[in-house]
Design a binder for this molecule. Structure first.
Ligand SMILES: [Zn+2]
Ligand SMILES: [Zn+2]
Length: 135
């Protein structure tokens, strides 16, 4: 059992079930993962886990804000453990997704916008380093 995952379940008032622990551990390991990736990873530790179970648990984990859904153009949504607001660099070629702290970038312009920025969460699309190299 992964203590960190078990603790966050408790903190969010959720029952600690083997399914939830498996799903959260899978996401933690990958950083960001879509439903298929979570399912594949979860099956390696829990072979009896069904895709329906993964779906059901992810829904309740999102409701309690333990998980966050990252909606991506032309791709299945990815899920990540909730952490402080951040943006994503998303590769249009390979679908690779990376966290980037964009908060400062925008709060610098706060005065000009006449708007108190509290959170910055953006999807930034482009071509990643790996894909650039392989061109
Ligand atoms: Zn790429
Ligand atoms: Zn992220």
């Amino acid at each position: 059992m992964q203590m960190k995952v078990v603790n966050s379940l408790k903190e969010h008032g959720l029952k600690v079930t083997p399914q939830r622990v498996t799903i959260l551990s899978a996401i933690e390991k990958k950083g960001h993962a879509n439903i298929d990736e979570i399912y594949q990873e979860a099956k390696t530790t829990n072979p009896t886990m069904s895709l329906a179970t993964v779906y059901k648990n992810i829904t309740s984990l999102i409701e309690t804000k333990l998980l966050k859904e990252v909606a991506i153009n032309n791709q299945k949504s990815k899920y990540e453990l909730s952490k402080k607001p951040h943006s994503h660099l998303i590769c249009k070629k390979c679908g690779n997704l990376e966290d980037i702290d964009s908060h400062n970038l925008f709060t610098l312009n706060s005065d000009k916008l006449d708007f108190d920025i509290e959170e910055v969460e953006l999807n930034i699309y482009g071509i990643c380093n790996q894909c650039k190299k392989s061109n």
